[in-house]
Design a protein around this ligand. Structure first.
Ligand code: COA
Length: 179
């Protein structure tokens, strides 16, 4: 991922003024559905973006462009039809069989319930359908929960990117072959 997430306390603080309360009591077993994002998701996408990342945030206009773009997919996880739980953004390059996961985020209240895993599985499926052979991503060295998730789902560490983030932090690059 390109952007460093906010520390957890800031994430929680910011999330209180989003529409997050509706998922606060969602049962851990609630079925997660992943679909392509629509224009009507823009408010939720921008609110989660602002609550989760502290730099290189995607603006509403950028999200709107990506919704219509051939070189990007914006996916949304939801429960009970309308409850917005998280999102993943993946980029493709013409002529390249490597897809890049740019962003993965679930709402703080929805974490640890399989939302991130469901989004990632759908990203992989979508990339495969576009003929991609590999999915790559970057993650901050201290983002233990994301690293655990990626490694559990079969991602392998490819290398370290020095000063990858705006604040000077390094990133691990991970990749997974999509067979
Ligand atoms: C990283 C992130 C996307 C993970 O999302 P998530 O929705 O919590 O992911 P999951 O629930 O699928 O997996 C997280 C954990 O919950 C567990 N889990 C999965 N399904 C579960 C379920 N149904 N019930 C309970 N726990 C479950 C997983 O085993 C996993 O445990 P682990 O941490 O030991 O690997 C989320 O923490 C996030 O948005 N972080 C802030 C942004 C960020 O850092 N993004 C990535 C880098 S930019």
């Amino acid at each position: 991922m390109l952007r460093p997430p906010l520390p957890p306390e800031s994430t929680a603080l910011k999330a209180t003024h989003t529409a997050a309360s509706s998922v606060a009591h969602a049962p851990a077993t609630a079925a997660v559905r992943v679909r392509r994002a629509e224009l009507s998701d823009l408010d939720d996408l921008v609110a989660l973006e602002d609550a989760t990342f502290d730099s290189d945030r995607m603006s509403r206009a950028q999200y709107r462009r990506h919704l219509d773009s051939d070189s990007a997919s914006v996916l949304v996880a939801s429960a009970n039809h309308r409850r917005f739980l998280g999102t993943a953004v993946v980029f493709y390059r013409k002529g390249s069989r490597v897809a890049r996961l740019y962003s993965l985020a679930s709402r703080p209240e929805a974490r640890g319930k399989g939302v991130g895993s469901a989004l990632l599985a759908t990203v992989e499926q979508a990339a495969r359908q576009r003929g991609c052979r590999e999915l790559r991503l970057e993650v901050r060295l201290d983002n233990a929960s994301a690293i655990r998730l990626y490694e559990r789902l079969g991602y392998r560490r490819l290398g370290r990117l020095e000063r990858f983030y705006e604040d000077g932090a390094d990133a691990w690059r991970y990749g997974k072959r999509l067979d």
